[in-house]
Write a protein that binds this ligand. Structure first.
Ligand SMILES: [Zn+2]
Length: 301
């Protein structure tokens, strides 16, 4: 079974056709980004552009995109951001969802979290997010970017912070920005020094402790379990849909008027905890016992 749900920030597809005792269900989030060239005015080869696209800010030297530089930049953006986010999380099935039978055994798959980034021109319909991109002159090392205005160096690894031991914290900005596009906040949002109701772009929100600075939603490149949030939220929608379909196909539940009562409970109590290591589908007994299967020897089942 392949099912799709379109969310505001991305499209989600759940594939259970790939399930067997060794392979989990796969949840793929697809983000379509539209890219638009910003070139020097009047068709010139060289020009300037204001930081943040704001006429009151300083200008930086920019150069005209060529067909090759544009294609290469987009390809690098898409492939590196996709590689960073895809295939890193497994969500553990704690709600008894999506059972399948193999031989005499019933298995419950976990869900492997995949990511697909589609790089379109901004003129293509259906993009979830569009950005303008300036091509910086080689002599420029910095440009004021924001969420809809990037520069060509935003895919480079740049020092964003320093640890307490004086070590550089490096980050490729586009990877962090794609995290935002998937719905993730800065690492310290919600802590006392970064109240969720305040300016969550303030410096403290990028992490104060070294471990938080190193997080991808801080100033570094490290993934955290909580970064599985977009996949988990999407999965809850699929799991709830499955429960409702099952209930609607059960005349007894319908007759008892328990459809609406029985549905939300299972979806509320299921957590789908994230892991950053492959966990194999579980049998009913393993699911009930709460056993995690991180190795399943290959043998006839
Ligand atoms: Zn950010």
């Amino acid at each position: 079974m392949k099912k799709k749900i379109s969310f505001a920030k991305f499209d989600a597809e759940l594939n259970t056709d790939c399930c067997d005792p060794y392979n989990n269900a796969e949840l793929t989030l697809t983000l379509r980004m539209g890219f638009k060239q910003i070139n020097p005015s009047g068709g010139a080869d060289k020009g300037t552009y204001h930081d943040y696209g704001d006429a009151t800010e300083p200008t930086r030297k920019i150069i005209k995109w060529t067909a090759t530089s544009w294609t290469n930049w987009k390809t690098n953006f898409v492939s590196s951001a996709e590689a960073f986010w895809t295939g890193k999380f497994w969500l553990i099935n704690d709600s008894g969802s999506f059972p399948f039978t193999k031989g005499t055994a019933t298995y419950y798959p976990n869900v492997w979290c995949r990511f697909k980034l589609v790089g379109n021109e901004s003129t293509v319909a259906g993009n979830h997010h569009t950005i303008d991109v300036v091509r910086l002159d080689p002599s420029e090392s910095w440009f004021g970017s924001h969420s809809t205005l990037y520069d060509s160096k935003d895919t480079n690894s740049v020092k964003k912070a320093t640890t307490s031991a004086g070590k550089k914290v490096m980050q490729r900005a586009h990877v962090h920005e794609v995290g935002h596009l998937l719905g993730l906040d800065h690492v310290d949002v919600g802590k006392p020094h970064c109240p969720a109701a305040g300016d969550t772009n303030a410096g403290m929100c990028y992490g104060v402790a070294d471990a938080d600075k190193l997080a991808v939603m801080g100033s570094g490149m490290q993934l955290r379990l909580e970064n599985a949030y977009p996949w988990r939220e999407a999965l809850r929608a699929f799991a709830l849909e499955e429960l409702m379909m099952a209930a609607m196909g059960n005349p007894l539940l319908l007759a008892l008027g328990r459809v609406s009562l029985s549905m939300p409970v299972a979806s509320i109590t299921s957590v789908w905890p994230a892991k950053m290591q492959r966990h194999y589908p579980r049998t009913e007994a393993e699911l009930r016992a709460g056993t995690m299967i991180t190795a399943r020897p290959k043998r006839p089942l």
